[in-house]
Design a protein. Sequence first.
Length: 132
Amino acid sequence: MDSDRDLFEIAKRALGNAYAPYSRFRVGAAVLTREGNVYSGCNVENSSYGLTVCAERNAVFKAISEGARAFDTLALVSESSHPVSPCGACLQVLSEFTPALRILLCTPDGIRRTTTLSELLPDAFGPDDLPR
């Protein structure tokens, strides 16, 4: 992976695969692992709305299923005119693996904001909060 721009382009391609017939809010994501591998995902809606899965979780779950456990950067692209943040459920899933994750919030035109998971979800609930 050469740059944030490359990660953005992969997320943008994933956006094209989104299945969002109900909300019409298509999202693509790409996650870069600490080992340098990239996994992409898109949102997939279902007529039973609770079964819908977000692009970010799709990308992360693909990576996890291939053995990745630590991530460097996530690029998130939506068709909105302004960059959108991952939802709370996605932030929580991401915090399980990389609390210091860099996040690129993008529109189809490019990267609009760079932030971190800890900025978007301070004081996240995590494994250390569980009784031992």
